[in-house]
Design a protein around this ligand. Structure first.
Ligand code: DC
Length: 224
């Protein structure tokens, strides 16, 4: 039986690290939908296609080829995995992902991933729009300050430059964009299990999620 687990939530709530570990522990695939939005935003910006040029956007989107590999995203054959993790792309992705034309173009690609087996999908609307029939849905969040601190430490540990106040500002700005956009705004999907990670460790979040997934799988098996 293949199944989908969704993890939605704002930037920096720890979704990615938690989702990756949950997928590994369950022996299923991890789908990072944010990476798809990032890759598309980077390519559109590089091609100088403005967010307001709907016709150009539609044409460009119909020609872009995205490939999802285990740990990388390829756009038109080029691996952009490193390039999409910058503060500039944080902002670009937030802007382009608010556009209906972009979201429509990427919906099928995300849904198709279910054909290849069970997945843990992570994003902003994976439980509400992309996989509304997911087996178990989670919503991970944390205070803006806790999230900014994590992003700050992540960058510092990678030897990159970081400024806590700028990161906090960017997180607040993206929260606003992501939750106030008209189409598929960031929201708690119906039936999702809510987890605030501000004061818990990553291990605790992973254990919590796996516990609920196993419970859902056991209930399903017992009901058969
Ligand atoms: O999770 P992330 O920071 O890598 O996401 C990058 C951007 O993409 C973020 O601004 C929100 C957007 N996004 C989205 O709109 N829908 C998703 N399912 C995933 C990400």
């Amino acid at each position: 039986m293949s199944y989908v687990i969704t993890i939605d939530g704002p930037a920096g709530a720890g979704k990615s690290s938690v989702a990756k570990r949950v997928a590994k522990s369950l022996g299923i695939k991890y789908l990072d939908t944010g990476a798809i939005y990032r890759a598309i935003a980077l390519l559109l910006a590089k091609s100088e296609i403005k967010p307001e040029s709907e016709d150009f956007l539609r044409e460009a989107l119909s020609e872009i080829k995205i490939e999802l590999r285990e740990n990388s995203v390829l756009v038109n054959g080029f691996d952009v995995s490193g390039e999409i993790r910058t503060p500039e792309v944080d902002e670009l992705a937030s802007v382009y992902s608010a556009l209906p034309v972009v979201r429509e173009a990427l919906l099928g690609l995300q849904q198709d991933q279910e054909k290849y087996g069970s997945i843990v999908a992570e994003g902003r609307d994976v439980g509400s729009v992309v996989f509304p029939d997911a087996k178990v849905k989670f919503f991970l969040t944390a205070s803006p300050e806790a999230r900014a601190k994590r992003r700050y430490l992540e960058r510092v540990n990678k030897g990159k430059e970081a400024n806590y106040d700028e990161i906090l500002e960017s997180i607040k700005h993206r929260d606003k964009n992501d939750s106030q956009r008209e189409l598929a705004p960031l929201s708690v999907p119906e039936g999702a299990i809510y987890l605030d990670t501000s004061d818990i460790t990553e291990d605790e979040a992973v254990t919590f999620i796996i516990h609920h997934v196993n419970e859902a799988i056991n209930n399903h098996n017992e009901a058969k």
